[in-house]
Design a protein around this ligand. Structure first.
Ligand code: TYC
Length: 103
């Protein structure tokens, strides 16, 4: 392999082995006290859901116990957990928000 061939090979590898970062789910957990409207607001404001999708996700969490609000890189997912938890506590609601890796 000539020097130029080797450089080209290296460049090709750099382009073809670009990896996407691992992704994390932000989960909402059900509870008996957080108002439905608040959960819908959170899904629209922090997770960019439409009103219809926010309503669907909120009801799924209400009936099934938990549900995915969104999927993000780790730092973004953890920031959203912090923001939503802070807002819920300010309002006096016990809403639980957690992160789990996407399998
Ligand atoms: N179960 C709550 C109620 O009946 C609504 C709710 C939905 C709370 C989703 C939390 O993550 C949640 N007011």
């Amino acid at each position: 392999m000539t020097r130029r061939d080797a450089d080209f090979h290296t460049q090709l590898q750099e382009r073809t082995t670009t990896k996407r970062p691992p992704l994390y789910r932000v989960l909402l957990l059900n509870d008996d006290y957080t108002p439905m409207d608040f959960v819908v607001y959170v899904l629209m404001r922090y997770f960019k859901k439409s009103g219809a999708d926010a309503e669907r996700i909120m009801l799924a969490v209400h009936h099934e116990g938990r549900g995915v609000a969104g999927v993000y890189t780790k730092d973004v997912a953890e920031t959203k957990v912090g923001q939503v938890t802070a807002l819920a506590r300010e309002e006096g609601y016990p809403l639980q928000v957690t992160v789990e890796p996407e399998p």
